[in-house]
Design a binder for this molecule. Structure first.
Ligand code: FES
Length: 97
């Protein structure tokens, strides 16, 4: 569905999504890296657990919410990937500690 544009950019970043190793490019957002890796549904709604995928890619729709390093409600489209980052699908509402 999604594919990367050809580029001369280099620099791999490794992070995990649901325990799976994902290779991203430096400068990718978490959402862009996950879409390029074939992951589409990044969260489930609190009421019906319906899957949601990133839609606007600019911080408006909030359909890209994920848990990053144990913190929920992070917008994947606005968060740059970082080496070693642990990303999980957000299931339902964020748990407030
Ligand atoms: S994709 Fe819409 S806010 Fe992230």
């Amino acid at each position: 569905m999604f594919r990367r544009l050809e580029t001369t950019e280099s620099g791999e970043i490794h992070f995990s999504y649901e325990g799976r190793d994902i290779v991203a490019r430096a400068g990718d957002s978490v959402a862009a890296a996950l879409l390029a890796a074939g992951e589409t549904a990044l969260r489930e709604t609190p009421v019906s657990a319906a899957p949601r995928a990133p839609y606007c890619m600019m911080g408006v729709c909030f359909d890209c919410l994920v848990e990053i390093d144990g913190v929920g409600n992070r917008q994947a489209c606005l968060t740059p990937v970082a080496d070693g980052m642990r990303v999980r699908r957000q299931r339902g509402a964020r748990v407030v500690l």
